[in-house]
Design a binder for this molecule. Structure first.
Ligand SMILES: Cc1cc2nc3c(=O)[nH]c(=O)nc-3n(C[C@H](O)[C@H](O)[C@H](O)COP(=O)(O)OP(=O)(O)OC[C@H]3O[C@@H](n4cnc5c(N)ncnc54)[C@H](O)[C@@H]3O)c2cc1C
Length: 318
């Protein structure tokens, strides 16, 4: 006799989801029986399908490289349910598509440094080199940096100037949103529960454009940014600026593009001395704060200098 399942077969995704749910329910029952209540549950899916199914059925906090996750705990214990995605291979690596360069969410900063990438990625590579130490770059992932949404995340400005989008995958859908709409505030993102940041997508509209990332900290190495700036510059055949993209981080809750300055530079000669056109007013979208690392006025002053230097560097390479 034909089984009901054969008559109306369920999709492999749905079947896996059901199996995962059953497995997790069993685990929860076991731990409550033997541990006298809800004990911690550590899950380590191996595929993307497993990962999104686990997240949909059990929830839990996502763990990637752990370089933000563990320091954020301080003296506290990890949350009860942790979903460690670090073995999901499909989410790691860089691929070249006709219209996009796709960076898997689990791609580490070291992976970025070791992959030959177009010139417009020089800023991303410089940022990768400045993130923590080599050990941190080996573990820390691109998605972790963006999802942690720290105002001082060095990965954000260089991806903002590449007009990057993020791809979010859950058990039920995959959606894309521009990075500037994904990070909504200090440690806040538009990620819905159950969603994983699976890829960062960079449109291939500026592959050969020079780009620069400059970071200022209280010391040269292993330091949280006081300010950082990323710039991508494109020129037309007459060496006039056809497109300028400029972003500043660590000087507002979310890294900001300086769109008025970008417009102001359009059509101007892309030559040495261009930085003199940048005034303090162009930095008015920023809202820096006083904190242990610097005062707000120092941050403004430093950012102006960094924007000018980054523009000069890009103009010289055009
Ligand atoms: C000593 C030290 C120095 C550091 N220096 C710098 C620095 O100079 N500049 C800088 O920008 N950062 C720095 N960091 C922070 C950190 O290394 C980076 O932000 C790193 O990229 C985080 O990636 P991760 O994989 O370790 O994230 P994790 O710690 O695993 O996760 C961070 C957050 O993102 C979430 N998350 C992770 N992956 C996903 C995903 N795919 N989908 C959805 N949510 C996800 C997690 O739930 C968590 O909330 C430093 C950290 C340390 C410990």
């Amino acid at each position: 006799m034909a089984r009901l399942q054969d008559k109306w077969p369920i999709s492999p995704r749905k079947r896996l989801y059901k199996q995962q749910r059953l497995g997790i329910q069993t685990l929860k029952a076991v731990r409550s029986r033997y541990f006298g209540g809800p004990g911690p549950l550590y899950l380590k899916p191996k595929t993307l399908l497993e990962a999104v199914s686990v997240l949909a059925s059990s929830g839990g906090q996502i763990l990637a490289g752990g370089t933000d996750f563990y320091p954020a705990l301080g003296e506290r214990l990890p949350p009860p349910d942790v979903v460690d995605i670090s073995s999901v291979r499909e989410m790691r690596g860089i691929s070249f598509e006709p219209d996009w360069i796709r960076i898997g969410g689990l791609t580490t900063w070291t992976d970025i440094l070791r992959t030959p990438l177009p010139k417009c990625f020089d800023a991303v590579k410089s940022a990768a080199r400045e993130i923590g130490s080599i050990q941190i770059q080996n573990r820390g992932t691109v998605a972790g940096n963006l999802c942690n949404a720290s105002p001082a995340a060095d990965g954000v400005p260089p991806f903002l100037v590449l007009d990057a989008q993020v791809e979010l995958t859950s058990a039920t859908e995959t959606r894309r949103i521009p990075l500037d709409q994904f990070i909504t505030g200090n440690r806040k993102t538009a990620r819905k529960p159950g969603e994983l940041l699976t890829s960062v997508l960079v449109p291939r509209t500026a592959d050969v454009a020079p780009s620069t990332f400059l970071k200022l900290g209280a010391r040269r190495y292993l330091v949280i940014s006081i300010s950082m700036v990323a710039v991508v510059l494109q020129a037309d055949n007459h060496k006039r600026i056809a497109q300028a993209r400029i972003a500043v981080g660590s000087c507002s809750a979310v890294a900001r593009r300086l769109t008025d300055l970008e417009k102001h530079l359009l059509g101007l000669p892309a030559t040495a001395g261009i930085s003199q056109l940048v005034t303090a007013d162009h930095l008015s979208p920023l809202s820096p704060i006083d904190d242990v690392r610097a005062t707000a006025s120092y941050r403004r002053d430093a950012s102006l200098t960094l924007v000018r230097r980054a523009l000069e560097t890009c103009a010289r390479s055009l």
